[in-house]
Write a protein that binds this ligand. Structure first.
Ligand code: FES
Length: 157
């Protein structure tokens, strides 16, 4: 159950939107921030706020890679696997991340710190291979730089 203040703020956001769907991502992201991921309860709450069915919210949620329909770690790593990064050996970076974190794609490290998710182009094609950690972008990745970033992000947590 979301706090009344959050509910009121989301109702205002929906009311200001031209169509409820326009506010759907904002609503899902706010509920995700509240719960840590978009729980089944959050899907039903989002549907109520947006005037959509839970299935319609589910369809939107599964379309956006920044919306998580299952629990994630404290920080989410999105690593780009689109064409420019692929040409810059993102597969080597992905393999390194998997080894360092001890997870497959979609997995969360045993300490609960990082979830590793592949993503489409992040708009950093000239700086590939690229990834983001909790929204902070990092480019020109090497295995050594990845290790430094993981350590830095652990310290920031
Ligand atoms: S292809 Fe990776 S950032 Fe564009």
């Amino acid at each position: 159950m979301i706090p009344e203040a959050l509910k009121t703020s989301l109702e205002t956001r929906v009311a200001e939107a031209i169509t409820p769907r326009e506010a759907a991502v904002d609503v899902m992201k706010e509920l995700q921030a509240h719960y840590g991921w978009l729980t089944d309860e959050a899907v039903v709450e989002a549907a109520g706020l947006l005037g959509l069915s839970p299935l319609q919210v589910e369809e939107l949620a599964t379309f956006y890679e920044m919306i998580y329909r299952r629990p994630v770690g404290r920080k989410v790593i999105h690593v780009c696997d689109s064409i420019s990064c692929w040409c810059a050996d993102c597969q080597g970076i992905i393999t390194h991340l998997k080894e360092r974190l001890g997870v497959g794609l979609g997995g969360t490290s045993a300490d609960g710190m990082f979830t590793l998710i592949p993503c489409c182009c992040m708009g950093m094609c000239g700086d590939g291979p690229a990834m983001s950690v909790d929204g902070t972008p990092y480019g020109r990745l090497t295995p050594e730089l990845v290790d430094e970033i993981l350590e830095l992000e652990r310290q920031k947590a």
